[in-house]
Design a protein around this ligand. Sequence first.
Ligand code: KIV
Ligand code: ZN
Length: 511
Amino acid sequence: MKDALIIFDTTLRDGEQSPGASMTRDEKLRIARQLERMRVDVIEAGFAAASNGDFEAVRAIAEVIKDSTVCSLARANENDIRRSGEAIRPAARGRIHTFIATSPIHMEKKLRMTPDQVVEQAVKSIAWAREYTDDVEFSAEDAGRSEIDFLVRIFDAVIKAGAKTINVPDTVGYNVPEQYAATLRTLIERVPDADKVIWSVHCHNDLGLAVSNSLAAVMAGARQVECTINGLGERAGNASLEEIVMAVRTRADVFPVETRIDATQIVPASRLVSQITGYPVQPNKAIVGANAFAHESGIHQDGVLKHRETYEIMRAEDVGWGTNKLVLGKHSGRNAFRARLQELGIEMTSEEHLNLAFARFKELADKKHEIFDQDLQALASDEAITPAIEHYRLVSTRFHSETGEIPQAEITLTAGGHETHSKSTGSGPVDAAFKAIESVAASGSELLLYSVNAITTGTDAQGEVTVRLSRDGRIVNGQGADTDIIVASAKAYLNALNKLHAGGEKLNPQV
Ligand code: KIV
Ligand code: ZN
């Protein structure tokens, strides 16, 4: 019998700290459902004290998720912990994850607290958290640069206070595998009652070592890994869930642990997170990149055809490639449409919402004969986002672009319910469309990113556009999908404007 390796997914919390990756409540719910389907052990659903929106999102996830533990992050103070406690109250299994920095530089320069004060605050925090749940996790922020004697002291104190999981984050991605594993080994040897708690790791990828450090720590005794889908996360990101899970599974001869993850849900989860956050997956990304199972050279292709294992260590279908099934077509009815959405974990909040989505589906099916799961995911986002935060809505578009002529766009949209019409020229039709929208919105925002991806294969595929806007230090991503990429672009731009318009300032836990 192997030990269980607990997979703690923090896509909805640390992942959301990637610039512009903030998600709406409904988007978070869709991802949480997919994580549950994938049998993730713990879902870190957010940082409940960050804003009312974050609190509501954690609570909504706690209400619906039954098979995974739902966790909220809290700084080590009474207000954060009580907000987290309230947010996870409805959960079948709820966890509070509290943290305080322990490195000399963080204690002195950021917290301006003495080591004694930090230990006292950590112990009090565990006691507050225990009023809500027995499942309390403690993290020593910047443990990777903390003194080992101080870590032993603070971990001893929080275990005595009732913490059940002890997390040793490499917050700034500074550690290297041998050293990080040695830290874990030393802590497990020296901290009293170390065998009564789960040792956890949380590695950032600043030196590209997040997965290697996490796996080295597993060899040294860690039994929980904190990770994210596609390695999303603060700065260079976190350890990627798919790489951790598949390394442990593929090298079962090396690792003394096993996970509960249903790996066939990995690719659908990766696509969903990428589509919702607007963070594309690089083609050569392990496991989930478009080329991860593609063999280009003749020698490799020949080898794989003769015997797959000559060049493949995993099977594409085992991680969910090939699930892009042809699902529906022009003649599919409302019930089939609703049933497939349910299978994909997409919940329509009302009949009106379903009707809107179904009308969009019919429109799409007229233009595109084969509708795949990814088309439905994009379509659901389109319809799921807009009713909640809509201020601007696209009514119609008209473009003129011809060799030797200046491209022109005409846009009709509603702003706060009032229909307006605008026209502009630009260096290309997309530029003209954005200028026409801005002549109405006058948002004062800066365009940071514009990207287009084909959702499926074929020239009739929908284009999925991401637009990243920044204003007053706030960064948002907007998405839009359509078979006409100019329309998709206009939708994405308006979606980003809607997010800016909806406001919703929130705290970053590390600040
Ligand atoms: O990177 C980090 O230290 C964190 C903690 C809050 C666990 O995200
Ligand atoms: Zn982190």
